[in-house]
Design a protein around this ligand. Structure first.
Ligand code: GKR
Ligand code: MG
Length: 424
């Protein structure tokens, strides 16, 4: 006989929300960002939420996983993961990892299982009457600090009106973007998405930020498009202005070479993205800081496992982000709130999203001095607003995008755009 905690139904809803033309090393964000919202409902009627990428191939894998999870007990997350692993064994679909053409060798199983782990914890938290942070070992901080994520950007999508941020295509544009971010959110660390202009121009933007915000911890992330020599010379030029340097050059060897020549710590969300990459990275000394991300590290339990392993290898931790909605932010807060060794302010794309474009009810998150409170109500602490979900799903149907592809979008306006690694 089915127990109250047996999984009775799983709904996967693809959604799209407006996204500004943010530039990166592989192109430019399309007018809509794609995500998927996962609802897992038990026989007892409790609904757990998860959020993941929205690319068509990923959706296909989520459906395979969902079929395998029906009828299982949501309290046994190890059994759920094994079922998803078996369900994916014969899946030969390639790609669809949701990372815009950036290099990633993350584990397919971990990417697909992640939202189900979050949804299972959401159900358990509601049933036990405790927040997910308690299930993850307890809150070690009441709020999680984030950094302001700066992007070079166009004034608006070609052929559409300018957005409220306007253009940021030079150091002055980046400084005024940072001024608004700091004024509105109170961030006390800033990250510049680099890999867009020549390294010297991007170094100038960091210098301008440091002059405008003296003492502010700054980071730059060119997503592996600099050579080893360029990385070393930019690091030497920027010195102590940089809190850390993120993925300057491709591969664990390249990163190790840069690391042996520069004083700043190196961070990654490109070259240590799966458990089997940690020993090699540790042996070579490639990376000081792993930018964890529960969306590709297998969910919240596996992210806690990563935190333990990082501690063992004396690596620091912070958090990577992609364009996301409120279900993901809630999960990031529970993880950040319950992981002692998150040593740096985390990334979030949150300021780039219109406030009304979400699937969660109300406005549960407030940034105060760059930090957001860890939810304290049972489970994730957010609920679905079905009208909002329906609107963003309709937007998904109408927008026609089925795969995030920043490079293809960029090449519509600049056919010769080069997206290769180590190109500078
Ligand atoms: O949103 O354009 C973007 C970022 O470049 C994102 O895709 C990266 O995954 O934020 C990310 C990063 O730190 O590399
Ligand atoms: Mg990065």
């Amino acid at each position: 006989m089915a127990r109250a905690t047996t999984i009775a139904d799983i709904r996967i809803t693809p959604v799209a929300f407006a996204d500004p033309p943010l530039l990166n090393s592989v192109g430019v964000h399309e007018p809509y960002a794609l995500r998927s919202v996962i609802e897992v409902e038990t026989v007892g009627g409790t609904i757990g939420l998860g959020e993941s990428y929205g690319d068509a191939k990923h959706l296909h894998r989520l459906e395979l996983a969902a079929d395998a999870l029906l009828g299982l007990d949501i309290d046994n997350i190890a059994v759920l993961r094994r079922a998803v692993s078996i369900a994916l064994e014969n899946d030969t679909t390639e790609g669809g990892h949701g990372m815009a053409g950036m290099v990633t060798t993350s584990s397919t199983l971990d990417r697909v299982f992640s939202p189900f782990d979050v949804a299972a914890l959401d159900v358990q938290g509601q049933n036990f009457g405790v927040p997910i942070s308690t299930l993850l070992g307890g809150r070690v901080r009441d709020s999680v600090p984030f950094s302001g994520y700066l992007f070079y950007k166009w004034a608006g999508h070609p052929g559409r009106p300018e957005d409220s941020w306007g253009a940021a295509l030079d150091p002055a544009g980046i400084v005024s973007q940072a001024e608004r971010m700091v004024a509105d959110y109170g961030f006390s660390a800033l990250k510049l998405k680099g890999g867009v202009f020549a390294p010297g121009e991007e170094a100038e933007a960091i210098e301008a930020l440091s002059e405008r915000f003296p003492g502010m911890p700054l980071r730059i992330d060119p997503n592996g498009v600099w050579t080893v020599d360029t990385s070393i010379s930019v690091a030497e030029r920027l010195g102590s202005r940089l809190e850390y340097l993120e993925d300057p050059t491709p591969g664990l060897d390249g990163m190790a070479e840069v690391r042996s020549c520069v004083p700043q710590p190196l961070a990654t969300n490109m070259y240590v993205v799966a458990f089997d990459q940690i020993p090699e990275s540790a042996a070579r000394g490639s990376v000081d800081i792993v930018l964890s991300d529960h969306h590709f590290w297998g969910g919240l339990h596996r992210s806690k496992l990563l935190a333990g392993i990082a501690e063992t290898f004396s690596m620091s931790l912070s958090m990577h982000s992609n364009s996301h909605l409120g279900v993901s932010l809630a999960a990031m807060l529970h993880l950040g709130g319950s992981t002692p060794n998150i040593d740096y302010a985390c990334d979030t794309h949150w300021p780039w999203k219109n406030t009304e474009d979400d699937v969660v009810a109300g406005s549960p998150f407030e940034f105060v001095d760059g930090s957001v409170q860890v939810p304290t109500s049972p489970g994730l602490g957010v609920t679905l607003d079905r009208a909002r979900l329906a609107r963003l799903h309709q937007q998904y149907l109408d927008c026609g995008l089925r795969e995030r592809n920043d490079t293809e979008y960029m090449r519509r306006f600049n056919p010769d755009f080069d997206a290769s690694l180590a190109r500078w």
